[in-house]
Design a protein around this ligand. Structure first.
Ligand SMILES: [Zn+2]
Ligand SMILES: [Zn+2]
Length: 157
C-alpha cells in the first residue's frame, strides 16, 4: 500500500497537484475499502481528522480526472473505487435494489467474456473503448434469502 501511495503521489505531483495530508487520508480510505463508497461515506470516515466535505469532493474530482479512481453513477449518487492498482480494472457491477449495495461481480469467466464483448464492440463500430459502466440490477444474495424466509413464514400462517 505504501508503494501504491508513492506512485499516486508521483502522478499527482507530475500533474501539478500537491500530495496533501487530506488527499493521503482520502486515498487510504479508498485503498482499504472493499466496497464502493460515496463522497459522503468517505467524508464520514475522515471528518474527525478535520477534513471538510468540499475537500473530499475536490480531491475525488482530481483523482477521477487523473484516472486514479473510478466513478460509478447510480441514481444521481456517485460511488468511488480505486481504479489504478485494482486487481480487476474492468469489471461488472451489480446493484441490489433492497439494500442498495453495489457489488463487484467476481468471476474470471464473466471478466473474460466481458473483455471479449468490449473487443467485439470496438471492432464492429470502429471505436476505442477506454472504460465502461455496466450495472446489473436486482436482489443480492443476502436480500434474496431474507425474502425467501419471509415467504416461508407467510405461507406457514
Ligand atoms: Zn441486498
Ligand atoms: Zn467495482
Amino acid at each position: 500500500m505504501e508503494n501504491d501511495l508513492s506512485s499516486i503521489r508521483k502522478i499527482l505531483e507530475h500533474n501539478g497537484y500537491e500530495f496533501t495530508i487530506q488527499k493521503h487520508l482520502i486515498l487510504n480510505v479508498l485503498l482499504k475499502s472493499d466496497v464502493h463508497l460515496s463522497a459522503k461515506q468517505i467524508y464520514d470516515k475522515v471528518k474527525e481528522k478535520n477534513i471538510g466535505l468540499a475537500t473530499v469532493y475536490r480531491s475525488l474530482k482530481i483523482f477521477k480526472d487523473l484516472k486514479i479512481v473510478k466513478e460509478i453513477n447510480d441514481n444521481g449518487i456517485n460511488y468511488y473505487e480505486m481504479k489504478i492498482f485494482s486487481k480487476k480494472p474492468l469489471h461488472i457491477h451489480f446493484k441490489c435494489l433492497k439494500c442498495n449495495s453495489i457489488i463487484d461481480i467476481d468471476s474470471k469467466d464473466a471478466d473474460i467474456e466481458y473483455i471479449k464483448l468490449n473487443k467485439k464492440i470496438e471492432e464492429q463500430n470502429n471505436i476505442d473503448i477506454y472504460d465502461s459502466n455496466i450495472i446489473f440490477i436486482g436482489l443480492c444474495n443476502k436480500c434474496r434469502e431474507e425474502l425467501k424466509c419471509q415467504d416461508q413464514l407467510s405461507s406457514e400462517e
